[in-house]
Design a protein around this ligand. Sequence first.
Ligand code: ZN
Ligand code: ZN
Length: 575
Amino acid sequence: MFLVLPACQDQPRQEQVSKEDDRFDAFKDKLVLKFWKLHPEWATSQGYHKYDHVLTIPNADKRKAVVRSYKAFEKELKSFALNKLSDNNKTDYKMLQNFLRGGIWRIEEFKSYEWDPSEYNLGSSVAEILNGRYAGLSVRLRAISEKLRGSVDYYEAGIKNLRRPTLEHTQLAIAQNLGALTVFKPALADSIAKSDLTQDEKAVLQQRVETTQLAIENYVRYLQETELPGLRQGKGRSFRIGRDQFTQKFIYDIESGYSAKDVYEKALLRKKELHKLMLGVTRTLWPKYFPGKPQPAGLAGVKQMIARLSQNHVPPDSFLLAIRGQIPQLVAFVNQQNLLTQDPSKPLEVRPTPAYMEGVAGASISAPGPYDKAAPTYYNVSPLNKFTPAQAESYLREYNRYMLQILNIHEAIPGHYTQLIYSNRSPSIIKAILGNGAMVEGWAVYAEQMMLENGYGQDSPELWLMWYKWNLRVTLNAILDYQVHVLNKSQGDIIRLLTQEGFQEDAEAEAKWRRATLSQVQLSSYFTGYTEIYDLREQIKKKEGEDFNLKAFHEQFLGYGSAPVQYIRQMMLPD
Ligand code: ZN
Ligand code: ZN
């Protein structure tokens, strides 16, 4: 189903373009092609398919070559006069500089290739080519065949890189590589049989697939038999990266104007504030839902109220329909309240998550990549038909009628989908491939609050309470990320934080703990971006007073594309 949004017109921002910009644009185009040559798997994932057949062998020579190239690119970048560039190019310049420095730091200092065995996995890049729709099956299979020639060398280089891996990443690598075998066993075999490759080509590919399976099995065995026993006795490296590396990684990955420590402190304050707000709303709602019953003191009352409101959910078979039905209502609300201009020409299709993407998230947006701009945007919703009735019930309670609206605001309108449309209008290949995750996620979280502030849901206390819970999750993600990696907090401390202060179920809290042991900094990105956007808006509001216009603020902010908020801030609010 294609959704047609109501019509409205709007001009993209006009910018002065200098000679320096022309030179910089040429540099960027050339640089991106060099990135693809250097990182074929990244190219494939971005929809650039010239190097699909190339397999990167992750050895020391490769790392040296990357560092050498990045240093040369950085030098070339410095030959441009930043102040002569357009806003669009200024932000691209800074994003590139940060990317190159971060890349060198990752190889020279962070060295996850030594301690994270899950970096070695042929499953995802092969699956990406196998499931691609950009070319006929035989073209894609020939690329896979060529790529798999190096599979033995690939895993051998991986084994050689490892030095005291962490127990957690080793267990993940075993599970994921066993999962990768399913790409090679049933899926690839089926496709080979169906294809019109010649008999010879089929035979060669089949042989390479078999060799790859053996290489994967050998890698898994190595991890299980050589690494795992020592790791189980505590001989591995800690998954906690510590204060110095966390602080540094935060700078490269989040590109925030705040430091990791600033964000942690802001998140602690926000947690307190949210608890206060939740207690207030619970007091208002209590007599309506529990007439004649005394309200338990403190957060226990909030917990009961949330459980009560969660019973209000849609039936399992209408989950997707409920989402579809809500999109036009969100579009209408944004227009009525004049929150920002929408583009009626870009369709959003709500669909069940395709099988090959399953197991990722309950709901996600698939946007067209930089080389495939005409493709539609999909809102993927995982169907509940594979759940047991108990699992479906628990999921539906989590995504109850209130949360479902917040989810749709976040994923679609005016969250991710709307932001993407604006981002595509200030075209920049750099922002398309290096888009700032904190800004993108931060915008979606900001959009939730902004809709509620403007009266979405008739200011219903129920909706506000659920949003506070949702926002608390984002806040706690930032808190626990810092507490795990910098402050050495135990699993018990984190589970207590999430269940007692975040109203989360045990299963959700356990899964979050696991995610915190396997990732670093990423969990902080949502809260950081959201806080930066909110702070920026409040400061501009204060400065402009009566002249402040919310729609103008949104459109200018989004017009810079998926750039880090600190750079957008430098342009919207120069010191
Ligand atoms: Zn129910
Ligand atoms: Zn999101």
